[in-house]
Design a protein around this ligand. Structure first.
Ligand code: FAD
Length: 315
């Protein structure tokens, strides 16, 4: 995204909260249909996000958005499937055996999401980074008022946009569900937390089920490697210059840990998981790269009405 000092309009037809894949896709489709859309994104893109493994199904949405060529030109890692080692059983998932003729991808989410948002902008959507939605006033059902905080530059400027329709694509923070008090936890037994970080020079698992250095990425397609271990499971997703390694545990397992303790727990676990420890034996952890995401098993009891719709992870 290019930084913009453009003034935020006082009205629009559709106001989209969040510029992740859901928000940018909605913005592209709306503008391609001749409906003006404004996207308010609180982060400063490119921003990182969890979720780097894309199955081939996603191409049909890329085609619909008209963004396929741009994705192909970016040169993301092309993968052939997945290798899942779960409770001592190994499942080798080959996309070609499921009727797919196109590959899956491993994408750096900062680059991928930015590409989608740039595409929305090139289709005519008006996009503002560093502008956070603070409240949506639905008192006038025909014209919701979206209150925002513009954090571009040094100033924090409050403002309001009147629109006809609000799309909440705010992701995990599920903005409208928070405002309505309609966010529900699915089941406390699904109360998982994910810790993930990045390694340099890790080996990856190829379609031939052998480990390889990333020098072979273009000749031996990788798979996404997933494995259960004790009370948790891990993912290993090789990217172009680093490898994303994630650990999914029940929230109770890290309860009370501070940042340093979570990092120590993550590194210790990764160093002990069979197979993964081999892939990481010569790798270096990228300091400061550990992120975590709690509470992602939720839903909202209110996802749409005459003047709003919640999409993507916000739903
Ligand atoms: C542990 C884990 C692993 C995952 N792995 C995968 C995977 O391998 N493959 C896959 O396809 N998916 C994966 N996912 C799912 C994937 O991350 C999400 O489905 C996807 O990012 C959702 O896109 P989105 O656009 O709905 O939300 P996001 O990508 O979260 O985008 C929402 C945007 O809204 C912005 N925003 C939030 N609040 C406001 C506000 N008030 N005002 C303005 N902007 C706001 C945020 O800054 C953000 O940029 C995973 C999820 C988890 C939790």
């Amino acid at each position: 995204m290019k930084p913009t000092n453009q003034a935020i309009p006082s009205k629009c037809t559709v106001l989209i909260i969040g510029g992740g894949p859901a928000g940018s896709s909605a913005a592209t489709l709306l503008t391609q249909s001749g409906i003006d859309a404004v996207v308010l994104e609180k982060a400063n893109f490119p921003r990182n996000q969890v979720g780097e493994s894309l199955i081939p199904h996603f191409w049909q949405f890329a085609d619909l958005l008209g963004v396929t060529d741009k994705i192909q030109q970016e040169g993301f890692v092309v993968k052939s499937g997945g290798l899942v080692a779960w409770n001592d059983k190994v499942h080798h998932i080959k996309f070609s055996e499921y009727g797919y003729t196109r590959p899956g991808l491993h994408v750096e989410r900062d680059i991928f999401d930015n590409l989608l948002l740039d595409h929305a902008e090139s289709c005519g959507a008006v996009v503002f980074n560093q502008v956070a939605v603070k409240q949506v006033d639905f008192a006038d059902a025909n014209q919701p008022k979206v209150h925002y905080l513009d954090k571009r530059g040094d100033a924090n400027v409050e403002g309001v946009i009147a629109c006809h329709y609000v799309i909440d694509a705010s992701g995990h923070s599920s903005f409208l569900a928070g405002q309505f008090g309609s966010r529900q936890i699915i089941d406390s037994s699904l109360n998982f937390l994910s810790l993930w970080g990045y390694y340099k020079n890790a080996l990856y698992v190829g379609a031939d089920r052998q480990s390889h250095t990333i020098a072979h990425l273009k000749t031996i397609a990788p798979v996404t490697f997933v494995m259960s271990y004790a009370d948790c499971w891990i993912w290993h997703i090789v990217l172009r210059e680093k490898t994303s390694v994630g650990l999914v545990v029940h929230t109770d397992q890290t309860k009370g840990m501070d940042k340093a303790q979570r990092e120590a727990f993550f590194k210790h676990t990764c160093a002990n998981v069979p197979h993964l420890k081999h892939l990481l034996a010569e790798a270096e952890f990228i300091e400061g790269s550990l992120e975590f995401r709690p509470d992602y098993s939720y839903y909202s009891t209110r996802i749409c009405s005459e003047n709003y719709y919640c999409i993507g992870d916000a739903a």
